[in-house]
Write a protein that binds this ligand. Structure first.
Ligand SMILES: Cc1cc2nc3c(=O)[nH]c(=O)nc-3n(C[C@H](O)[C@H](O)[C@H](O)COP(=O)(O)OP(=O)(O)OC[C@H]3O[C@@H](n4cnc5c(N)ncnc54)[C@H](O)[C@@H]3O)c2cc1C
Length: 248
């Protein structure tokens, strides 16, 4: 179709928005939102705590042989992490999720397949602390509390509330955080376009950013993070860019 692909070109590093604007009439930013979020709990900086997205994207897995791994979260990223880690030889893999199984956002099929592969699920468990192995900076234990689910006004889903004094500890070798992702802050700060309150790229109804001729879509605009939504955005943006170029 005559599309030219230029590899190893990172927006915000090798290329800037202004350099692109000099060369192109329209630009579409679809850089995703793939930096794993943190929980801000004690021990999260210990060696052996990973972000789920980075672990899969950078393929930076440690040796899991004879190791116990806790994956925190209940979405598709958590399922992919848990299943990948199990297949890479981990002895025990636990998925720890704050709500009940019915509320898990991961696809049903993924959950069933994860169970068949021997992954253990700890529902209504909320990790509160990660403790080091004695005299090291390496993960040794996790501490969690049980939760109860309550209907809070204005909330669509039942909300997990920690049960007081239900703390328990479990020995663990690695912890993987798969509780959501956000855009790469360093790159976002370099983009001279408006962002939403949550830090995604702000677009209008035609997916145009606050810079004329610069469009954005997919996870980077903060819509539902699924392939279907991203694909639809790609198609909508292509049509919007076509309309925009015809007016030029
Ligand atoms: C582990 C995992 C499992 C998932 N499972 C499912 C699932 O089962 N079902 C489902 O529907 N969705 C799933 N998703 C979500 C789905 O993958 C995303 O919603 C979708 O890929 C978003 O598409 P996108 O094009 O916006 O961004 P991405 O697919 O993330 O693509 C962004 C691209 O931009 C590149 N990039 C990033 N920064 C820059 C930069 N500064 N300059 C240049 N290029 C850059 C990235 O390398 C990447 O290639 C999953 C996501 C993850 C991470």
């Amino acid at each position: 179709m005559g599309i030219e692909v230029k590899y190893n070109q990172t927006l915000g590093k090798e290329i800037t928005l202004s350099s692109l604007k000099e060369q192109y009439n329209a630009i579409f930013i679809a850089i995703g939102s793939n930096v794993s979020m943190k929980m801000q709990i004690e021990g999260e900086k210990l060696e052996g705590v990973y972000g789920g997205n980075q672990l899969l994207e950078e393929n930076c897995h440690p040796n899991y042989q004879k190791k116990k791994v806790a994956v925190i979260g209940g979405g598709n990223v958590a399922m992919d992490c848990a299943r990948t880690i199990k297949r890479k030889g981990a002895q025990e893999v636990y998925v720890m999720y704050r709500r009940a199984e019915e509320q898990m956002p991961a696809e049903r099929k993924e959950i069933e397949e994860a169970k068949e592969e021997g992954i253990q699920f700890l529902f209504q468990h909320n990790i509160v602390k990660i403790l080091p192995k004695e005299e090291t900076k390496q993960v040794g234990k996790i501490e969690y509390v049980k939760t109860e689910l309550v209907q809070k006004p204005g909330e669509l889903r039942l909300s997990p509330v920690d049960i007081k004094d239900s703390n328990e500890q479990m020995e663990m070798d690695y912890v993987v955080m798969a509780i959501g992702s956000k855009p790469e802050q360093e790159i976002m700060e370099k983009l001279p376009i408006d962002k939403t309150e949550k830090g995604y790229i702000k677009v209008d109804k035609d997916y145009m950013t606050t810079q004329e001729g610069v469009f954005a879509g997919g996870d980077i605009i903060g819509t539902k993070a699924t392939v279907a939504w991203a694909s639809r955005a790609g198609r909508n943006v292509a049509e919007a860019i076509d309309r925009y170029l015809q007016k030029q």
